[in-house]
Write a protein that binds this ligand. Structure first.
Ligand SMILES: Nc1ncnc2c1ncn2[C@@H]1O[C@H](COP(=O)(O)OP(=O)(O)OP(=O)(O)O)[C@@H](O)[C@H]1O
Length: 227
Protein backbone atom coordinates (compact mmCIF):
# COMPACT_ATOMS: atom_id res chain seq x y z
CA UNK A 1 0.00 0.00 0.00
CA UNK A 2 2.87 2.35 0.83
CA UNK A 3 6.38 1.95 -0.46
CA UNK A 4 9.10 4.46 0.38
CA UNK A 5 12.50 4.09 -1.34
CA UNK A 6 15.54 6.03 -0.16
CA UNK A 7 13.57 9.14 0.79
CA UNK A 8 15.50 12.16 2.00
CA UNK A 9 14.34 15.67 2.81
CA UNK A 10 16.76 18.52 2.82
CA UNK A 11 15.91 21.90 4.34
CA UNK A 12 17.77 25.18 4.40
CA UNK A 13 17.96 26.88 7.76
CA UNK A 14 18.59 30.44 6.54
CA UNK A 15 17.89 32.29 3.35
CA UNK A 16 19.27 35.54 2.01
CA UNK A 17 18.13 37.12 -1.22
CA UNK A 18 19.96 34.85 -3.58
CA UNK A 19 21.37 31.94 -1.67
CA UNK A 20 19.98 29.30 0.61
CA UNK A 21 22.43 28.58 3.41
CA UNK A 22 23.16 25.99 6.04
CA UNK A 23 21.31 22.99 4.71
CA UNK A 24 20.47 19.96 6.81
CA UNK A 25 18.64 16.70 6.35
CA UNK A 26 15.32 16.39 8.21
CA UNK A 27 15.12 12.85 6.74
CA UNK A 28 17.88 10.75 5.30
CA UNK A 29 17.61 7.59 3.20
CA UNK A 30 14.28 6.31 4.52
CA UNK A 31 13.03 3.05 3.01
CA UNK A 32 10.15 0.87 4.17
CA UNK A 33 7.06 -0.94 2.92
CA UNK A 34 3.66 -0.93 4.57
CA UNK A 35 1.27 -3.66 3.43
CA UNK A 36 -2.52 -3.80 3.72
CA UNK A 37 -3.20 -4.81 7.31
CA UNK A 38 0.01 -3.26 8.70
CA UNK A 39 -0.62 -0.73 11.45
CA UNK A 40 2.55 1.18 11.98
CA UNK A 41 3.52 3.55 14.79
CA UNK A 42 6.03 6.21 13.91
CA UNK A 43 7.96 7.12 17.02
CA UNK A 44 10.96 9.25 17.91
CA UNK A 45 12.02 12.34 19.80
CA UNK A 46 10.79 15.84 18.95
CA UNK A 47 12.37 16.89 15.68
CA UNK A 48 13.28 13.34 14.60
CA UNK A 49 11.37 13.72 11.32
CA UNK A 50 7.98 12.03 11.94
CA UNK A 51 5.82 14.91 10.70
CA UNK A 52 8.11 15.52 7.74
CA UNK A 53 7.78 11.88 6.72
CA UNK A 54 3.98 11.94 7.03
CA UNK A 55 3.85 15.15 4.97
CA UNK A 56 5.88 13.47 2.24
CA UNK A 57 3.71 10.33 2.32
CA UNK A 58 0.57 12.45 1.95
CA UNK A 59 2.23 14.57 -0.75
CA UNK A 60 1.91 17.84 1.13
CA UNK A 61 5.64 18.24 0.55
CA UNK A 62 8.05 16.61 -1.91
CA UNK A 63 11.06 14.54 -0.96
CA UNK A 64 14.43 16.01 -2.01
CA UNK A 65 15.47 12.52 -3.07
CA UNK A 66 13.83 9.13 -3.33
CA UNK A 67 10.61 7.58 -4.59
CA UNK A 68 7.26 6.94 -3.12
CA UNK A 69 4.36 4.73 -4.09
CA UNK A 70 0.95 4.85 -2.38
CA UNK A 71 -2.03 2.88 -3.64
CA UNK A 72 -5.69 3.21 -2.75
CA UNK A 73 -7.73 5.98 -1.17
CA UNK A 74 -5.54 7.83 1.27
CA UNK A 75 -6.75 9.99 4.13
CA UNK A 76 -4.34 12.07 6.12
CA UNK A 77 -4.75 14.05 9.30
CA UNK A 78 -1.68 16.19 9.63
CA UNK A 79 -1.17 18.98 12.10
CA UNK A 80 -4.16 20.88 13.25
CA UNK A 81 -6.39 21.92 10.45
CA UNK A 82 -6.27 18.51 8.85
CA UNK A 83 -6.98 19.91 5.39
CA UNK A 84 -9.95 22.01 6.46
CA UNK A 85 -10.63 25.49 5.18
CA UNK A 86 -10.89 27.85 8.19
CA UNK A 87 -13.43 30.21 6.61
CA UNK A 88 -15.91 27.49 5.69
CA UNK A 89 -18.40 25.97 8.14
CA UNK A 90 -18.01 22.45 9.50
CA UNK A 91 -20.62 21.14 7.07
CA UNK A 92 -19.07 22.92 4.06
CA UNK A 93 -15.73 21.47 5.09
CA UNK A 94 -17.10 17.93 5.09
CA UNK A 95 -17.90 18.44 1.38
CA UNK A 96 -14.56 20.15 0.79
CA UNK A 97 -12.50 17.41 2.46
CA UNK A 98 -14.65 14.63 1.02
CA UNK A 99 -14.07 16.16 -2.45
CA UNK A 100 -10.31 16.13 -1.84
CA UNK A 101 -10.64 12.46 -0.96
CA UNK A 102 -12.29 11.84 -4.32
CA UNK A 103 -15.88 11.43 -3.12
CA UNK A 104 -18.81 12.69 -5.14
CA UNK A 105 -21.39 15.07 -3.64
CA UNK A 106 -23.96 12.29 -3.66
CA UNK A 107 -21.61 9.98 -1.74
CA UNK A 108 -20.97 12.70 0.84
CA UNK A 109 -24.71 13.42 1.13
CA UNK A 110 -25.32 9.80 2.02
CA UNK A 111 -22.56 9.82 4.66
CA UNK A 112 -23.12 13.26 6.17
CA UNK A 113 -25.39 12.11 8.96
CA UNK A 114 -23.05 9.28 9.98
CA UNK A 115 -20.04 11.63 9.96
CA UNK A 116 -21.77 14.20 12.17
CA UNK A 117 -23.01 11.52 14.55
CA UNK A 118 -19.60 9.86 14.84
CA UNK A 119 -17.81 13.14 15.50
CA UNK A 120 -20.56 14.32 17.90
CA UNK A 121 -20.50 17.71 16.21
CA UNK A 122 -24.28 18.15 15.72
CA UNK A 123 -24.33 21.56 17.42
CA UNK A 124 -21.31 22.99 15.60
CA UNK A 125 -21.74 22.16 11.93
CA UNK A 126 -22.87 25.66 10.91
CA UNK A 127 -19.95 27.34 12.73
CA UNK A 128 -16.81 28.30 10.80
CA UNK A 129 -13.95 25.90 11.42
CA UNK A 130 -11.68 28.76 12.50
CA UNK A 131 -13.72 28.97 15.69
CA UNK A 132 -13.32 25.24 16.47
CA UNK A 133 -11.07 23.95 19.23
CA UNK A 134 -8.17 21.65 18.25
CA UNK A 135 -10.07 18.60 19.45
CA UNK A 136 -13.21 19.57 17.49
CA UNK A 137 -11.17 19.87 14.28
CA UNK A 138 -9.66 16.45 14.78
CA UNK A 139 -13.05 14.90 15.65
CA UNK A 140 -14.62 16.14 12.43
CA UNK A 141 -11.58 15.17 10.35
CA UNK A 142 -11.65 11.68 11.87
CA UNK A 143 -15.38 11.47 11.19
CA UNK A 144 -14.81 12.21 7.49
CA UNK A 145 -11.74 9.98 7.28
CA UNK A 146 -12.99 6.90 9.12
CA UNK A 147 -16.46 6.90 7.59
CA UNK A 148 -15.21 6.84 4.01
CA UNK A 149 -13.53 3.46 3.67
CA UNK A 150 -9.93 4.59 3.27
CA UNK A 151 -7.22 2.16 2.22
CA UNK A 152 -4.41 4.13 3.82
CA UNK A 153 -4.72 6.30 6.95
CA UNK A 154 -1.95 8.71 7.95
CA UNK A 155 -2.28 10.68 11.17
CA UNK A 156 0.02 13.00 13.06
CA UNK A 157 -0.57 13.34 16.81
CA UNK A 158 -4.32 13.01 16.75
CA UNK A 159 -4.56 11.09 20.02
CA UNK A 160 -2.80 13.72 22.08
CA UNK A 161 -5.56 16.26 21.42
CA UNK A 162 -8.59 14.01 21.92
CA UNK A 163 -10.39 13.61 25.24
CA UNK A 164 -10.39 10.12 26.72
CA UNK A 165 -13.97 9.21 25.77
CA UNK A 166 -13.57 10.14 22.11
CA UNK A 167 -10.14 8.52 21.95
CA UNK A 168 -11.62 5.19 23.07
CA UNK A 169 -14.44 5.52 20.54
CA UNK A 170 -11.93 6.26 17.81
CA UNK A 171 -9.72 3.31 18.66
CA UNK A 172 -12.79 1.04 18.59
CA UNK A 173 -13.77 2.40 15.17
CA UNK A 174 -10.24 1.83 13.87
CA UNK A 175 -10.41 -1.75 15.25
CA UNK A 176 -13.54 -2.34 13.14
CA UNK A 177 -12.10 -0.95 9.90
CA UNK A 178 -8.76 -2.74 10.43
CA UNK A 179 -10.41 -5.98 9.34
CA UNK A 180 -11.04 -4.42 5.93
CA UNK A 181 -7.30 -4.49 5.25
CA UNK A 182 -6.56 -0.82 5.80
CA UNK A 183 -2.92 0.30 6.20
CA UNK A 184 -2.32 2.75 9.04
CA UNK A 185 0.67 4.95 9.87
CA UNK A 186 0.40 7.01 13.05
CA UNK A 187 2.93 9.37 14.59
CA UNK A 188 2.17 10.05 18.23
CA UNK A 189 3.70 10.45 21.65
CA UNK A 190 0.66 8.72 23.23
CA UNK A 191 2.12 5.22 23.52
CA UNK A 192 -0.93 3.74 25.20
CA UNK A 193 -3.02 4.53 22.11
CA UNK A 194 -0.26 3.40 19.75
CA UNK A 195 -0.08 0.07 21.59
CA UNK A 196 -3.80 -0.50 21.15
CA UNK A 197 -3.92 0.41 17.45
CA UNK A 198 -0.56 -0.63 15.96
CA UNK A 199 1.24 -3.93 15.47
CA UNK A 200 4.54 -2.55 14.13
CA UNK A 201 6.75 0.44 14.79
CA UNK A 202 9.37 2.53 13.04
CA UNK A 203 11.71 4.43 15.37
CA UNK A 204 13.19 7.56 13.79
CA UNK A 205 16.32 9.12 15.24
CA UNK A 206 17.72 12.35 13.82
CA UNK A 207 15.95 11.82 10.52
CA UNK A 208 17.04 8.21 10.03
CA UNK A 209 15.35 4.89 10.69
CA UNK A 210 17.01 3.67 13.87
CA UNK A 211 14.95 0.52 14.43
CA UNK A 212 11.85 -1.22 13.13
CA UNK A 213 9.95 -4.16 14.55
CA UNK A 214 7.00 -5.34 16.59
CA UNK A 215 5.23 -2.56 18.45
CA UNK A 216 5.76 -3.84 21.99
CA UNK A 217 9.48 -4.44 21.71
CA UNK A 218 10.21 -1.13 19.95
CA UNK A 219 8.15 0.95 22.39
CA UNK A 220 9.75 -0.84 25.38
CA UNK A 221 13.23 -0.21 23.99
CA UNK A 222 12.42 3.44 23.34
CA UNK A 223 11.04 3.86 26.86
CA UNK A 224 14.06 2.10 28.36
CA UNK A 225 16.39 4.43 26.45
CA UNK A 226 14.79 7.40 28.26
CA UNK A 227 15.37 6.10 31.79
N1 LIG B 1 9.54 23.72 6.63
C1 LIG B 1 10.67 23.46 7.30
N2 LIG B 1 11.80 24.20 7.09
C2 LIG B 1 12.96 23.94 7.74
N3 LIG B 1 13.09 22.95 8.64
C3 LIG B 1 12.00 22.20 8.93
C4 LIG B 1 10.74 22.41 8.27
N4 LIG B 1 9.84 21.48 8.75
C5 LIG B 1 10.52 20.74 9.65
N5 LIG B 1 11.81 21.16 9.76
C6 LIG B 1 12.86 20.58 10.61
O1 LIG B 1 12.93 19.19 10.33
C7 LIG B 1 13.20 18.46 11.52
C8 LIG B 1 12.16 17.39 11.73
O2 LIG B 1 10.94 18.02 12.10
P1 LIG B 1 9.56 17.19 12.26
O3 LIG B 1 8.47 18.19 12.47
O4 LIG B 1 9.43 16.26 11.12
O5 LIG B 1 9.83 16.38 13.62
P2 LIG B 1 8.85 15.45 14.48
O6 LIG B 1 9.53 14.15 14.69
O7 LIG B 1 7.49 15.43 13.86
O8 LIG B 1 8.81 16.24 15.86
P3 LIG B 1 7.64 16.34 17.01
O9 LIG B 1 7.70 15.09 17.82
O10 LIG B 1 8.10 17.52 17.81
O11 LIG B 1 6.33 16.57 16.32
C9 LIG B 1 13.30 19.49 12.65
O12 LIG B 1 14.67 19.80 12.85
C10 LIG B 1 12.55 20.67 12.10
O13 LIG B 1 13.06 21.88 12.61
Amino acid sequence: MVQACNISKHYFKHYNLLHAKDGFYALRDISFTVHAGDHVALIGDNGSGKSTLLKILSRVTRPSEGNLRVSGRLVSMLELGAGFHPDLTGEENVYFLGGLMGLSRTEINSKLHEIIRFSEMQDFMSMKVKSYSNGMIIRLALGVALTNKPKVILADEVFSVLDKGFKIKCIEKIERIKNEGVAIILADHDFESLRSVCNKAIWLRKGEIFKTGEIDSILSEYEASKR
